[in-house]
Design a protein around this ligand. Structure first.
Ligand code: KG4
Ligand code: ZN
Length: 351
């Protein structure tokens, strides 16, 4: 069989933050194998991701993880038809490890290399066939990316065609959760712990500010809310459960308001897709679902393991690019710690 007739098998690699991940997808987006190694334990005692520790851990883990995933898929490197690595945005050490490894595979096997923008991976995940219990979203749709590193509203108009409608003026929403949780004495990363604590509290006891609520546009700001939590904790007159519940209610209300504004700015959107670790939060999901329903569109969220950082989304972005007839990348493509989605297509050229 000639090379061009071989079935599509794409290896995806992700190492842009604190998850090392590998996955193999076929041309229809069927997940043949996937694995994610979290470095949470390595960073927990520092209360956040330490870039140098992350880079070294990626370097140690990636070759073994890629081999394991190929093995699980019943494939060898020689069966791959393309390889995709996250090339930005993210921590430069991990980006070099992940995209460098991908380039090495591409050179060794003579197959195309795709330099994938991490945000594009999140943006397209919900389109993997069979992933949702309803049909995958068609373009255009609104993406809300709510993670520890990102907090953005993105108009997803097609493969490679994205417009950022709004972003955070200070912290990412996951970061705000983590900082509020820390003030309440919870371990890092604090989002899930804070949600559990909030379940035992009463959101109406501690009134907290709702930054930018009702304000034009769909930017976010969390610093005022964070300061208010710090002041309330320092005052010592409220139960931690009630502060947690008040914080979570404020975040959910702001997110719903910002989503409503984003939908008004982007009336063509056929759905609201949420991604990122904060999409795991029940109160946030419920508030966003209500905001979407108010405009008559569904809210869709990939399964949690694919909402958070993973390599399935990286391989899938390459499959989408193959289907869209978009070119592979030059082996000279340099990883980009900052890589806005709007610059994606210009980023296809070597820089
Ligand atoms: O997408 P993600 O796994 O990693 C990146 O940041 O790239 O997101 C992690 C963030 C952390 O800030 C974590 O605290 C938050 O998502 N998170 C949550 C919940 N689960 C994870 N925040 C609120 N409620 C949760 N249940
Ligand atoms: Zn991410």
């Amino acid at each position: 069989m000639s090379k061009s007739e071989r079935p599509v098998r794409v290896l995806g690699l992700e190492a842009s933050c604190d998850e090392t991940a590998a996955a193999v997808l076929d041309g229809q987006g069927r997940i043949m194998a996937e694995a994610v190694l979290s470095q949470e334990a390595e960073h927990a005692r520092f209360g956040g991701v330490v870039p140098e520790i992350a880079a070294r851990a990626h370097l140690a883990a990636l070759p073994g993880l890629a081999a394991r995933v190929l093995d699980k898929a019943g494939l060898g490197y020689g069966d791959l038809t393309a390889v995709a690595g996250t090339a930005g945005p993210g921590l430069i050490g991990g980006l070099i490890v992940g995209s460098g490894f991908a380039k090495g595979v591409a050179i060794a096997r003579g197959i195309p290399f795709f330099a994938i923008n991490h945000l594009e991976g999140h943006a397209l995940t919900a389109r993997i066939p069979g992933l949702l219990d309803q049909p995958p979203p068609a373009f255009p749709y609104l993406l809300l990316l709510l993670s520890g590193g990102h907090c953005q509203c993105v108009a997803v108009e097609g493969v490679g065609r994205y417009r950022r409608l709004g972003t955070t003026l200070d912290d990412a929403v996951g970061e705000a959760f983590d900082k509020a949780a820390k003030m309440l004495g919870l371990p890092w990363p604090g989002g899930p712990h804070l949600e559990r604590l909030a379940a035992q509290g009463d959101a109406s006891v501690v009134a907290l500010p709702r930054p930018l609520l009702g304000r034009q546009g769909c930017d976010f700001s969390w610093s005022g809310l964070k300061t208010a939590v710090a002041q309330r904790v320092a005052k010592g007159d409220a139960r931690a459960e009630d502060i947690a519940a008040g914080f979570q209610a404020a975040v959910a209300a702001v997110l719903a308001d910002r989503a409503a504004h984003a939908l008004a700015m982007f009336p063509a959107a056929t759905a609201v897709v949420v991604a990122g670790g904060v999409a795991a939060n029940g109160a946030v999901r419920a508030a966003l679902a209500r905001a979407a329903a108010a405009r008559g569109v569904p809210m869709l969220a990939p399964p949690l393991r694919l909402c958070t950082d993973n390599a399935v989304m990286i391989a899938w972005a390459a499959v989408e690019r193959l289907h869209a007839g978009l070119p592979a990348d030059s082996l000279g493509h340099a990883p980009r710690p900052r890589w806005p989605l709007e610059e994606l297509l210009s980023g296809l050229a070597p820089i």
